[in-house]
Design a binder for this molecule. Structure first.
Ligand code: MLT
Length: 262
């Protein structure tokens, strides 16, 4: 569905009833990244998958920064009349979850950090973002999909789960160039969230596919070491898009965490 918020129209899908769990996709995805999670919400949980600014069916947020997106996300919670939610994000969605925690901690009941990391971009990483923006403008979303897909899934998925690969490839190809461009600015300028980790006081579930090469397991190990009330789960045979690549394992982790800790 499409909802009206103070920041514009936003694409949202929901499933289940109970504790709100906001699901924030990565780059350059849309809310359908979470289709397998919304197909099976655990008892007592209300899963809410959101198209981030400019992606899917959401309007652009204007200022392309994760801080602006954090406020934008709170506008979505306000429109849904949700005071507090578990905030879950994959990769870029995790970077956004850190920004939401920094700016609006009272709205966060717990965190789910999937295939993400705390550090900011290196100088080389920032230069790659700028090059990718130029590529998006000249060659379109298909060229971005071509550049991103090798790292988007793990080797097991690449060799044995063609449907998951096709699902992600189509998702990447249909995103708007403006959204890709803005998100690359937001990613490039994001601050280092490493100092944030020790400030996190809510229960936190960290998930990573053991074949993730974009945000490798060592980044999850570092987050787990620094976040006091955290648990770490590694999904064997999954890469960066672990929620798509191994949904049954991913869903079981969410169910266990929400039941035991939230
Ligand atoms: C993502 O999946 O959101 C991206 O790989 C994040 C990034 O490029 O840093």
């Amino acid at each position: 569905m499409i909802i009206a918020t103070r920041s514009g129209t936003v694409g949202v899908d929901e499933a289940g009833t109970g504790i709100p769990v906001l699901l924030l996709h990565g780059f350059p995805h849309d809310r359908t990244l979470w289709a397998a999670q919304l197909a099976a919400p655990p008892a007592g949980a209300r899963f809410i998958a959101v198209d981030l600014p400019g992606f899917g069916e959401s309007e652009s947020a204007g200022v392309p920064s994760l801080d602006a997106w954090a406020d934008w996300t709170i506008g979505v919670l306000d429109a849904l009349e949700i005071e507090q939610a578990v905030v879950g994000g994959l990769s870029m969605g995790g970077y956004l979850a850190f920004a939401i925690w920094r700016r609006h901690p009272k709205r966060v009941r717990g965190l789910i950090l999937a295939d993400t990391k705390a550090p900011a971009d290196t100088l080389e990483g920032q230069q790659k973002r700028v090059a990718m923006q130029a590529l998006a403008v000249t060659d379109g979303a298909g060229a971005i999909a071509d550049a991103m897909m090798p790292g988007m899934v793990g080797k097991t998925t690449r060799s044995s789960r063609p449907q998951a690969v096709a699902f992600l490839d189509e998702m990447l190809r249909r995103q708007a160039v403006g959204a890709i461009h803005d998100a690359l600015d937001a990613l490039r300028t994001r601050p280092d969230s490493t100092p944030t980790l020790a400030t996190i006081t809510v229960p936190t579930l960290i998930i990573c596919g053991d074949e993730d090469t974009l945000t490798p397991v060592k980044e999850s190990d570092a987050m787990h070491a620094a976040i006091a009330d955290s648990q770490l789960a590694i999904i064997p045979g999954a890469g960066h898009a672990s929620c798509v690549e191994h949904p049954s394992a991913f869903n079981a982790l969410l169910a266990g965490f929400l039941t035991a800790r939230i």
